[in-house]
Write a protein that binds this ligand. Structure first.
Ligand SMILES: [Zn+2]
Length: 307
Protein backbone atom coordinates (compact mmCIF):
# COMPACT_ATOMS: atom_id res chain seq x y z
CA UNK A 1 0.00 0.00 0.00
CA UNK A 2 1.42 3.32 -0.91
CA UNK A 3 -0.27 6.67 -0.50
CA UNK A 4 1.28 9.85 -1.64
CA UNK A 5 1.36 13.21 0.00
CA UNK A 6 -0.15 14.61 -3.18
CA UNK A 7 -3.18 12.37 -2.74
CA UNK A 8 -3.65 13.62 0.78
CA UNK A 9 -3.21 17.25 -0.18
CA UNK A 10 -5.89 16.79 -2.76
CA UNK A 11 -8.13 15.46 -0.09
CA UNK A 12 -7.98 18.57 2.06
CA UNK A 13 -11.47 19.67 2.67
CA UNK A 14 -12.80 16.20 2.57
CA UNK A 15 -12.59 15.08 6.10
CA UNK A 16 -13.05 11.37 5.55
CA UNK A 17 -10.13 11.19 3.14
CA UNK A 18 -7.87 13.08 5.55
CA UNK A 19 -8.83 10.66 8.28
CA UNK A 20 -7.99 7.76 5.98
CA UNK A 21 -4.56 9.27 5.38
CA UNK A 22 -3.89 9.54 9.12
CA UNK A 23 -5.05 5.97 9.78
CA UNK A 24 -2.94 4.61 6.96
CA UNK A 25 0.12 6.47 8.27
CA UNK A 26 -0.45 5.14 11.80
CA UNK A 27 -0.94 1.53 10.72
CA UNK A 28 1.92 1.43 8.22
CA UNK A 29 4.77 3.63 9.31
CA UNK A 30 6.87 2.36 6.46
CA UNK A 31 4.57 3.94 4.02
CA UNK A 32 6.34 6.73 2.27
CA UNK A 33 4.63 9.80 1.33
CA UNK A 34 5.68 10.83 -2.08
CA UNK A 35 9.52 10.82 -2.16
CA UNK A 36 10.85 7.82 -4.16
CA UNK A 37 13.29 5.48 -2.35
CA UNK A 38 16.75 6.19 -3.78
CA UNK A 39 17.75 2.55 -3.15
CA UNK A 40 15.17 1.52 -5.73
CA UNK A 41 17.26 3.25 -8.35
CA UNK A 42 20.73 2.59 -6.93
CA UNK A 43 20.95 -0.24 -4.42
CA UNK A 44 24.65 0.46 -4.00
CA UNK A 45 24.11 3.73 -2.23
CA UNK A 46 25.46 3.96 1.28
CA UNK A 47 22.95 2.63 3.76
CA UNK A 48 20.90 0.68 1.25
CA UNK A 49 19.89 -2.73 2.58
CA UNK A 50 21.83 -5.68 1.19
CA UNK A 51 24.48 -3.43 -0.29
CA UNK A 52 27.34 -5.13 1.57
CA UNK A 53 26.19 -8.55 0.32
CA UNK A 54 25.74 -7.45 -3.28
CA UNK A 55 28.70 -8.31 -5.53
CA UNK A 56 27.47 -5.72 -8.03
CA UNK A 57 28.16 -3.08 -5.41
CA UNK A 58 31.56 -4.52 -4.57
CA UNK A 59 30.03 -6.34 -1.62
CA UNK A 60 30.59 -9.92 -0.54
CA UNK A 61 27.66 -12.28 -0.93
CA UNK A 62 29.42 -14.66 1.43
CA UNK A 63 30.00 -12.15 4.19
CA UNK A 64 28.63 -12.43 7.67
CA UNK A 65 24.87 -12.12 7.80
CA UNK A 66 24.37 -12.31 4.03
CA UNK A 67 21.46 -14.48 2.94
CA UNK A 68 23.53 -16.64 0.59
CA UNK A 69 26.55 -17.05 2.79
CA UNK A 70 25.96 -20.80 3.28
CA UNK A 71 25.01 -21.48 -0.32
CA UNK A 72 27.28 -24.20 -1.64
CA UNK A 73 27.32 -22.75 -5.13
CA UNK A 74 27.62 -19.07 -4.32
CA UNK A 75 29.89 -19.51 -1.31
CA UNK A 76 31.52 -22.95 -1.52
CA UNK A 77 34.24 -22.13 1.01
CA UNK A 78 31.69 -21.20 3.65
CA UNK A 79 29.76 -24.38 2.99
CA UNK A 80 32.96 -26.37 3.38
CA UNK A 81 34.58 -24.57 6.28
CA UNK A 82 32.09 -22.57 8.27
CA UNK A 83 30.71 -24.55 11.17
CA UNK A 84 27.62 -22.34 11.26
CA UNK A 85 26.98 -23.50 7.66
CA UNK A 86 27.56 -27.14 8.56
CA UNK A 87 31.19 -27.11 7.39
CA UNK A 88 34.35 -28.04 9.25
CA UNK A 89 36.92 -25.26 9.70
CA UNK A 90 39.75 -27.82 9.68
CA UNK A 91 38.78 -29.38 6.35
CA UNK A 92 41.50 -29.40 3.71
CA UNK A 93 40.94 -26.25 1.69
CA UNK A 94 39.98 -24.26 4.78
CA UNK A 95 43.50 -23.00 5.36
CA UNK A 96 43.67 -20.12 7.79
CA UNK A 97 40.05 -20.55 8.87
CA UNK A 98 40.04 -18.86 12.23
CA UNK A 99 37.85 -21.46 13.94
CA UNK A 100 40.34 -24.25 13.22
CA UNK A 101 42.68 -24.63 16.23
CA UNK A 102 45.65 -25.26 13.93
CA UNK A 103 45.35 -21.90 12.20
CA UNK A 104 47.12 -19.99 14.94
CA UNK A 105 50.11 -22.36 14.52
CA UNK A 106 50.29 -22.01 10.75
CA UNK A 107 52.94 -19.50 9.75
CA UNK A 108 51.28 -19.20 6.33
CA UNK A 109 48.24 -17.65 8.00
CA UNK A 110 48.13 -14.05 9.18
CA UNK A 111 49.39 -13.95 12.74
CA UNK A 112 50.14 -17.67 12.70
CA UNK A 113 53.15 -18.87 14.68
CA UNK A 114 54.32 -22.48 14.59
CA UNK A 115 56.27 -21.91 17.78
CA UNK A 116 53.39 -20.59 19.86
CA UNK A 117 52.65 -22.43 23.07
CA UNK A 118 50.80 -25.68 22.46
CA UNK A 119 51.50 -25.84 18.71
CA UNK A 120 52.72 -29.20 17.41
CA UNK A 121 56.08 -27.82 16.32
CA UNK A 122 56.56 -25.76 19.46
CA UNK A 123 59.47 -27.92 20.64
CA UNK A 124 60.98 -28.75 17.26
CA UNK A 125 64.58 -27.55 17.50
CA UNK A 126 64.79 -26.93 13.74
CA UNK A 127 61.50 -25.13 13.20
CA UNK A 128 61.66 -23.37 16.56
CA UNK A 129 65.33 -23.05 17.52
CA UNK A 130 64.55 -20.86 20.49
CA UNK A 131 62.75 -23.80 22.09
CA UNK A 132 66.11 -25.48 22.69
CA UNK A 133 66.52 -23.48 25.86
CA UNK A 134 62.91 -23.81 26.95
CA UNK A 135 62.75 -26.25 29.84
CA UNK A 136 59.08 -26.85 29.05
CA UNK A 137 60.25 -28.35 25.73
CA UNK A 138 63.62 -29.69 26.79
CA UNK A 139 63.84 -30.48 30.48
CA UNK A 140 67.61 -30.85 30.12
CA UNK A 141 68.05 -27.26 28.92
CA UNK A 142 69.83 -26.46 32.15
CA UNK A 143 72.48 -28.94 31.02
CA UNK A 144 73.02 -27.15 27.73
CA UNK A 145 75.94 -24.73 27.67
CA UNK A 146 74.28 -22.94 24.73
CA UNK A 147 71.49 -22.01 27.14
CA UNK A 148 73.83 -20.97 29.92
CA UNK A 149 73.48 -24.42 31.49
CA UNK A 150 76.17 -26.78 32.62
CA UNK A 151 76.66 -30.36 31.51
CA UNK A 152 77.68 -31.25 35.01
CA UNK A 153 74.64 -29.88 36.79
CA UNK A 154 72.82 -32.47 38.87
CA UNK A 155 70.89 -34.78 36.59
CA UNK A 156 72.88 -33.80 33.50
CA UNK A 157 75.12 -36.37 31.84
CA UNK A 158 75.12 -37.93 35.22
CA UNK A 159 78.10 -40.09 35.95
CA UNK A 160 80.01 -39.17 32.82
CA UNK A 161 83.38 -39.12 34.49
CA UNK A 162 85.19 -37.76 31.47
CA UNK A 163 82.96 -34.74 31.06
CA UNK A 164 82.28 -34.19 34.73
CA UNK A 165 85.14 -35.45 36.89
CA UNK A 166 83.38 -34.23 40.01
CA UNK A 167 80.88 -37.05 39.51
CA UNK A 168 83.65 -39.39 40.59
CA UNK A 169 82.94 -38.46 44.19
CA UNK A 170 79.18 -38.51 43.75
CA UNK A 171 77.97 -41.55 45.63
CA UNK A 172 74.98 -41.81 43.30
CA UNK A 173 77.37 -42.30 40.41
CA UNK A 174 80.00 -44.32 42.18
CA UNK A 175 79.11 -45.91 45.51
CA UNK A 176 82.74 -46.95 45.92
CA UNK A 177 83.65 -43.26 46.21
CA UNK A 178 83.15 -43.86 49.92
CA UNK A 179 86.31 -45.96 49.74
CA UNK A 180 88.24 -43.52 47.58
CA UNK A 181 90.82 -41.44 49.42
CA UNK A 182 90.57 -38.83 46.66
CA UNK A 183 86.99 -38.29 47.74
CA UNK A 184 87.80 -38.30 51.42
CA UNK A 185 86.91 -42.00 51.73
CA UNK A 186 88.80 -44.71 53.53
CA UNK A 187 89.83 -47.63 51.34
CA UNK A 188 90.54 -49.72 54.38
CA UNK A 189 87.06 -49.42 55.88
CA UNK A 190 85.41 -52.80 56.43
CA UNK A 191 82.64 -52.13 53.92
CA UNK A 192 85.09 -51.39 51.12
CA UNK A 193 84.69 -54.74 49.51
CA UNK A 194 87.44 -54.63 46.95
CA UNK A 195 89.88 -53.41 49.53
CA UNK A 196 92.58 -53.21 46.89
CA UNK A 197 92.95 -49.46 47.38
CA UNK A 198 94.13 -50.12 50.91
CA UNK A 199 97.90 -50.47 51.02
CA UNK A 200 97.69 -53.12 53.68
CA UNK A 201 95.73 -55.35 51.33
CA UNK A 202 98.16 -56.80 48.89
CA UNK A 203 95.77 -57.08 45.99
CA UNK A 204 95.04 -55.82 42.50
CA UNK A 205 91.75 -55.57 40.68
CA UNK A 206 92.26 -55.98 36.97
CA UNK A 207 89.62 -55.27 34.34
CA UNK A 208 90.37 -56.90 31.01
CA UNK A 209 88.82 -55.95 27.68
CA UNK A 210 89.76 -57.97 24.62
CA UNK A 211 89.70 -57.36 20.90
CA UNK A 212 87.49 -59.47 18.69
CA UNK A 213 87.65 -59.69 14.91
CA UNK A 214 85.42 -61.53 12.46
CA UNK A 215 87.66 -64.56 12.54
CA UNK A 216 89.44 -64.48 15.89
CA UNK A 217 89.28 -63.28 19.45
CA UNK A 218 91.94 -62.21 21.91
CA UNK A 219 89.88 -63.19 24.89
CA UNK A 220 92.18 -64.93 27.37
CA UNK A 221 91.11 -68.39 28.43
CA UNK A 222 90.75 -69.42 32.02
CA UNK A 223 93.96 -71.41 32.05
CA UNK A 224 95.92 -68.32 31.06
CA UNK A 225 94.21 -66.26 33.69
CA UNK A 226 94.79 -68.87 36.35
CA UNK A 227 98.48 -68.91 35.47
CA UNK A 228 98.79 -65.16 35.95
CA UNK A 229 96.78 -65.26 39.17
CA UNK A 230 99.06 -68.00 40.42
CA UNK A 231 102.16 -65.94 39.63
CA UNK A 232 100.85 -63.06 41.72
CA UNK A 233 99.83 -65.40 44.50
CA UNK A 234 103.35 -66.77 44.69
CA UNK A 235 104.52 -63.26 45.50
CA UNK A 236 101.87 -62.78 48.13
CA UNK A 237 99.48 -60.72 45.99
CA UNK A 238 95.85 -61.40 45.24
CA UNK A 239 94.87 -60.66 41.68
CA UNK A 240 91.15 -60.20 41.07
CA UNK A 241 90.41 -60.38 37.37
CA UNK A 242 87.22 -59.14 35.75
CA UNK A 243 86.84 -60.15 32.13
CA UNK A 244 84.85 -57.25 30.79
CA UNK A 245 84.04 -56.21 27.21
CA UNK A 246 84.70 -57.48 23.72
CA UNK A 247 85.97 -54.40 21.87
CA UNK A 248 86.70 -53.62 18.20
CA UNK A 249 89.80 -55.14 16.70
CA UNK A 250 92.75 -53.04 15.56
CA UNK A 251 95.83 -54.67 14.09
CA UNK A 252 98.08 -52.21 15.88
CA UNK A 253 97.62 -50.05 18.94
CA UNK A 254 99.31 -46.79 18.05
CA UNK A 255 101.92 -44.96 20.09
CA UNK A 256 101.92 -41.20 20.51
CA UNK A 257 103.41 -39.90 17.22
CA UNK A 258 105.20 -37.09 19.08
CA UNK A 259 106.99 -39.03 21.78
CA UNK A 260 106.92 -42.33 19.86
CA UNK A 261 107.05 -43.97 23.27
CA UNK A 262 103.91 -43.27 25.18
CA UNK A 263 101.31 -45.78 24.28
CA UNK A 264 99.15 -45.76 27.37
CA UNK A 265 98.21 -42.09 27.51
CA UNK A 266 97.84 -41.38 23.82
CA UNK A 267 94.20 -40.72 22.90
CA UNK A 268 94.68 -39.24 19.42
CA UNK A 269 92.94 -41.91 17.39
CA UNK A 270 90.51 -44.77 17.69
CA UNK A 271 93.33 -47.31 17.66
CA UNK A 272 94.94 -45.82 20.73
CA UNK A 273 94.96 -47.30 24.21
CA UNK A 274 93.84 -44.05 25.82
CA UNK A 275 90.84 -43.71 23.54
CA UNK A 276 89.78 -47.29 24.11
CA UNK A 277 90.19 -46.89 27.83
CA UNK A 278 87.96 -43.81 27.68
CA UNK A 279 85.36 -45.75 25.77
CA UNK A 280 85.40 -49.10 27.44
CA UNK A 281 86.99 -49.10 30.89
CA UNK A 282 84.40 -49.48 33.62
CA UNK A 283 86.64 -48.88 36.64
CA UNK A 284 89.11 -46.41 35.15
CA UNK A 285 88.94 -44.04 38.07
CA UNK A 286 88.51 -46.39 40.95
CA UNK A 287 91.30 -46.92 43.41
CA UNK A 288 92.78 -50.37 43.35
CA UNK A 289 91.69 -51.01 39.78
CA UNK A 290 93.88 -51.50 36.74
CA UNK A 291 92.88 -51.82 33.14
CA UNK A 292 94.26 -54.03 30.42
CA UNK A 293 93.41 -54.68 26.80
CA UNK A 294 94.21 -58.03 25.26
CA UNK A 295 95.05 -56.88 21.76
CA UNK A 296 96.53 -58.02 18.52
CA UNK A 297 99.71 -55.98 18.57
CA UNK A 298 101.07 -52.61 19.59
CA UNK A 299 103.56 -50.18 18.23
CA UNK A 300 107.29 -49.69 18.63
CA UNK A 301 109.43 -50.36 21.62
CA UNK A 302 106.91 -50.06 24.36
CA UNK A 303 105.87 -53.68 24.47
CA UNK A 304 107.39 -54.39 27.83
CA UNK A 305 105.34 -51.74 29.63
CA UNK A 306 102.46 -52.63 31.84
CA UNK A 307 99.71 -50.31 32.87
ZN1 LIG B 1 93.97 -59.97 16.31
Amino acid sequence: MRLSIVDCRLSIGRGWVSALCLVAAALAPQVSFGLPNPCDFNPCLSGCPGRDCNPLCGGNACGSGCPNRCNAVACPTNALCDSSCGGNPCNPGCICWSDCPGTRCNPLCPGGNACASGCPSECDPIICPSSICDTHCHPDANCNPLCGGNLCNPGCNDCNFFLCPQDLCDLNCRPSAACDPLCGGNPCAPNCMTGCGCPANRCFNLEIDYMVDNDHSHKPNQAELDAVIQMFACRGWTLNIQISDAIPHYDLIKADPITCLDIFHYIGEDASFGRMKQLYANHAFEPGWHYAIFAHDYQLSVRAQIT
